[in-house]
Design a protein around this ligand. Structure first.
Ligand SMILES: *Cc1c(COP(=O)(O)O)cnc(C)c1O
Length: 218
């Protein structure tokens, strides 16, 4: 467990970019990690975690939320409409909002439940066919649609193509967010969070660099 090492790399990246570390939220991505590794990070005092799958998170987090107060969960992976209710109940934020129908469902369930998670709209900055997210050309309209549903749009999220320099993708996301008046930028993972911080990230999603490699990836 190298939470402290990651935190000092975040501090250094912030100093280099003339930013305050308070502007950067570290989401520790705990998907498919063994329980003892997650518990070590909880015991070290970290409280903000990311998961990719609603069902996996439902299975393991309620017990940890009992044992450790103040846990905040972020959903990072694709969300199906039939999982919106448990997602709204469990997660503090959803980073993968990528279609109006899903936003509509979140708004409806939010009404019933009486609270709505912070929402990040996912942008497919590399326009990769297999990847979720709206294309950059459609984000302005999508932001408008979601705001018209009275939903809280916290910001934008991207996962750059694995084989490309992420910096231009982070810059594009920052530009799209700025022109829509959105403060949140969910970008940067284990391999590139320092670049993301230099480019304005407010939420970095770091898994393997904190917990070690995952046995099975998804
Ligand atoms: C798994 C995952 C991460 C963390 O990836 P690492 O490379 O382990 O840091 C971040 N964001 C999303 C959307 C993920 O699926």
């Amino acid at each position: 467990m190298s939470l402290a090492a990651i935190q000092s790399r975040i501090d250094a990246a912030c100093a280099a970019a003339d930013r305050s570390p308070a502007e950067v939220t570290l989401i520790a991505v705990s998907k498919v990690q063994p329980a003892d590794r997650v518990e070590a990070v909880l015991a070290a005092g970290h409280r903000i975690f990311g998961e990719n799958r609603v069902q996996e998170a439902q299975g393991k987090w309620p017990a940890w939320q009992e044992a450790f107060s103040g846990v905040e969960l972020h959903l990072l992976g694709p969300l199906q409409s039939n999982k919106v209710r448990p997602a709204v109940e469990l997660f503090h934020a959803i980073h993968s909002v990528d279609r109006p129908k899903l936003a509509r469902r979140i708004a409806d369930i939010g009404q019933e439940v009486g609270r709505v998670p912070d929402l990040f709209l996912q942008v497919n900055t590399g326009e990769e066919p297999q990847k979720a997210g709206v294309p950059p050309s459609e984000i302005d309209g999508f932001v408008r649609d979601v705001r018209a549903m009275d939903l809280p749009v916290a910001g934008l999220m991207c996962i750059p193509p694995a084989d490309e320099d992420p910096a231009p993708h982070f810059d594009l996301l920052a530009e799209l967010a700025a022109r829509n008046g959105l403060p949140g930028l969910s970008m940067g993972m284990s391999a590139d969070f320092e670049t993301a911080i230099a480019r304005g990230a407010t939420h970095i999603r770091v898994g393997s660099a904190i917990f070690g490699p995952r046995d099975t990836d998804h």
